[in-house]
Ligand binder design. Structure first.
Ligand code: MN
Length: 276
């Protein structure tokens, strides 16, 4: 396995308009998640918390060093468990008299995995939260939004610029939740092609544009500060939605160099004398 060290930062803010923060995030290396819940208080916040809880369990269960295919199966199984929990919670609320109770959530996920002795990013997306990669002053959206406006862009009926102000810009076509289709898209990226990853809710990408995101990522070395500054910029721009950002830096990446524990031990012995 390539030697990889990850530095990360995460931040979330309720914003200036919403009463509750229905976003949630997880930074539990090698697993990182942002989820944007929908349905209001006691619905969206619960749904996004289910995502974080289930992926925290995945991180704790020891996914480090998993190969990409197995990891993708486990991520899919984790999404399925979230889906089941949301459905059970909805049924519970409806039985208790909450007619038409509806909870759902988006999810973007990044997991460090191994494939052919190389570390890679396994990325997954459901909904309109986003995964960006940032390398050498270049920002690129990796995930493709599951949204009505993205479908209109793909069909050529509106431009990306028009989508930013379109009345349907918040309508998503996929989500986790009983009433939704939960099929995720998966992406596998080599680490050198994504030295800095950003996972964010639409409360970031809907409030500040890609150029502003790129400028903050370029100017802010520490990923903790970068996450804070992205959230602060979204709030300053109006804060019309909950805003959440997780920034992950790949540091100490030794290209194509397999980890050799014997060699490590040998050089330590040279330095320190015989080890026990
Ligand atoms: Mn949102």
């Amino acid at each position: 396995m390539t030697r990889v060290e990850l530095h990360h930062g995460g931040a979330s803010d309720v914003g200036l308009v919403r009463e509750a923060n229905e976003d949630a995030y997880l930074a539990a290396p090698p697993v990182f998640v942002v989820a944007d819940g929908m349905g209001g208080h006691d619905a969206g916040d619960v749904a996004s918390r289910f995502v974080v809880e289930e992926f925290a369990a995945l991180a704790e269960s020891g996914i480090t060093g998993s190969d990409a295919d197995k990891a993708a199966e486990r991520v899919a199984a984790t999404f399925a468990r979230v889906q089941e929990r949301i459905a059970a919670y909805e049924a519970e609320q409806q039985d208790a008299g909450a007619v038409g109770f509806n909870a759902g959530t988006t999810a973007v996920v990044a997991v460090l995995v191994e494939q052919d002795d190389h570390a890679r990013w396994l990325l997954a997306n459901i909904g309109d939260s986003r995964i960006y990669r940032y390398t050498d002053t270049h920002l690129e959206q990796v995930s493709v939004d599951h949204s009505v406006v993205q479908e209109m862009i793909d069909a050529g009926s509106i431009t990306v610029a028009e989508a930013a102000t379109h009345p349907s810009r918040h309508v998503i076509t996929r989500a986790l939740g009983a009433a939704a289709s939960g099929e995720a898209d998966y992406f596998l990226l080599p680490l050198p092609a994504a030295e800095r990853l950003l996972l964010c809710s639409d409360g970031i990408s809907g409030m500040i544009d890609d150029q502003q995101i790129a400028d903050i990522l370029a100017d802010t070395e520490d990923p903790r500060d970068a996450a804070d500054r992205l959230v602060a910029a979204a709030v300053r721009a109006g804060g019309r939605d909950n805003a959440t950002a997780v920034v992950i830096d790949v540091v100490g990446l030794a290209h194509d160099m397999p980890y050799d524990s014997d060699a490590e031990r040998l050089s330590l012995e040279e330095k320190l004398g015989a080890l026990p």
